[in-house]
Design a protein around this ligand. Structure first.
Ligand SMILES: NC(=O)C1=CN([C@@H]2O[C@H](COP(=O)(O)OP(=O)(O)OC[C@H]3O[C@@H](n4cnc5c(N)ncnc54)[C@H](OP(=O)(O)O)[C@@H]3O)[C@@H](O)[C@H]2O)C=CC1
Ligand SMILES: O=C(O)C1=N[C@H](C(=O)O)C[C@H](O)C1
Length: 268
């Protein structure tokens, strides 16, 4: 049997981190060698899988052992630190964190020229298909109004979600425009009539909603609704692990989920 992939999870104590730990424990492709949390975390130094395995949560990259791939679901600050470690040591990095600002975007673009880096705002297969369907619908119905509505749990920190923005970028691209030009994120007071060609975003936050996205294509007398509803975080974790196993075999470069799916179907 080939050697297992030495995996580090950045953000290991979070909602996504816990979903990953539950799967990794049963996945013989991987050996979890480092589980990172924030410097102030209550989990720091405590056992990850119970005392018998010896692995403890850590806030330090300096004490990291040899790693074959890092999966990050930590947030922008944690991701910035992971980027430094991965680019310094040439380690492939899977990025799930969303809500990334311009400065970090620039660093990510640079890192994608040095290491194998795969980013996805959403690791579910259903959202990959939804994105393709939306591209097609947005291009086929160029004059219809387009609005993207998303809903998430009340603890989510960024808005609109990374997935909503990725859907918006895909639709804008299919219509030959950009979100910088046509995205509308706030409507309040008397914003006036809807500007033709704009792409609007609406955000719902509350409860334990895992993640829901709907693209509304609104015509006169009819509409198309394309929706995806995640009901279990393990779908994102499973997708991220597939990405990690694949990325560990890749040369440096910036990759997407579509790159992985195409490469795997070519090899099959
Ligand atoms: N691409 C996708 O498919 C998905 C993306 N996401 C995105 O993933 C990110 C995380 O989401 P979620 O798990 O819900 O968030 P949580 O807040 O539940 O988890 C964040 C985790 O990151 C840790 N952390 C915070 N700061 C640092 C740091 N500086 N270094 C290392 N670890 C750190 C926290 O540790 P502690 O609190 O113990 O200090 C915690 O374990 C978000 O950006 C979210 O939008 C979420 C789901 C799916
Ligand atoms: O924070 C979350 O929970 C999620 N974040 C991602 C996003 O911002 O799109 C993906 C998923 O919807 C869950």
């Amino acid at each position: 049997m080939p050697q297992s992939i030495r995996l580090a999870i950045n953000g290991a104590s979070g909602r996504m981190g816990r979903a990953l730990l539950a799967l990794v424990r049963e996945d013989r492709r991987f050996e979890l060698v480092h589980a990172l949390v924030s410097a102030g975390s209550e989990h720091n130094g405590t056992p990850v899988f119970g005392v018998s395995t010896g692995l403890r949560y850590s806030h330090s990259w300096e004490t990291a052992p040899a790693i074959d791939v890092v999966i990050d679901f930590s947030g922008p600050e944690g991701l910035a630190a992971a980027l430094v470690h991965c680019t310094t040591h040439g380690i492939p990095l899977v990025v799930g964190t969303t809500g990334i600002d311009e400065a970090l975007e620039v660093k990510l673009a640079a890192a994608g020229r040095q290491i194998a880096l795969l980013r996805a705002a959403n690791f579910s297969l259903g959202v990959a298909v939804l994105t393709r369907l939306l591209r097609e619908a947005a291009a086929a119905l160029p004059d219809w109004d387009l609005e993207i509505v998303e809903a998430h749990h009340g603890r989510k920190e960024d808005a609109p979600s990374g997935t909503a923005l990725a859907l918006g970028h895909a639709a804008a691209d299919a219509r030959g425009t950009t979100l910088a030009k046509d995205g509308v994120y706030v409507r309040e007071g008397r914003p006036g009539a809807r500007r033709s060609g704009s792409i609007g975003f609406a955000v719902v936050r509350g409860g334990d909603v895992v993640g829901e996205h709907t693209a509304l294509l609104l015509g006169q007398g009819e509409r198309v609704e394309l929706s995806h509803r995640a009901t279990d975080r393990s779908i994102f974790a499973r997708g991220a692990l597939e990405a990690g196993a694949w990325l560990a075999t890749c040369k440096p470069g910036a990759y997407s989920i579509d790159d992985m799916l195409q490469d795997r179907s070519r090899r099959a």
